[in-house]
Design a protein. Structure first.
Length: 135
């Protein structure tokens, strides 16, 4: 899998704010005829390149978070969206987001996938030239 070179500027500290209750959010998938839902557990805010962003987080493994996102590289050097996971948020809510670990869903490799698209609004208006590239 081709990847971008490691970029230390794309390792950022964010802050997780949990929702009082999990939310089920309607989402699209990579297959236009298949709709799905995502479990939203809170939001992660962070700064990148002088701009502030907020992404809705889904539960990850071992208490971590999954952040599905769109960015300005999608459709050119990267697939239409990617995801990055974090470790469990620290007691103060801080999390490390290492975009160098951003990966493609299986739908990047096959037209038969039904992989989840990001929750509406999970857009980073910057070039995230990190992690996996277009296959």
């Amino acid at each position: 899998m081709p990847t971008f070179d490691f970029n230390p500027d794309l390792v950022v500290t964010g802050h997780f704010k949990a929702y009082d209750d999990e939310r089920q959010v309607a989402i699209a998938t990579s297959h236009p005829q298949v709709q799905s839902t995502a479990t939203a557990v809170g939001e992660v805010s962070f700064e990148l390149g002088g701009a502030s962003y907020r992404l809705v987080a889904e539960p990850g493994t071992l208490g971590g978070l999954t952040l599905n996102f769109h960015d300005l590289t999608n459709g050119t050097s990267t697939y239409d969206w990617r995801k990055v996971t974090t470790a469990k948020p620290r007691p103060d809510g801080s999390v490390i987001i290492d975009f160098n670990r951003a990966i493609n869903y299986p739908s990047a490799f096959t037209p038969y996938g039904t992989c989840p698209r990001p929750i509406r609004g999970n857009q980073i208006n910057a070039l995230i030239e990190a992690g996996e590239k277009l296959p």
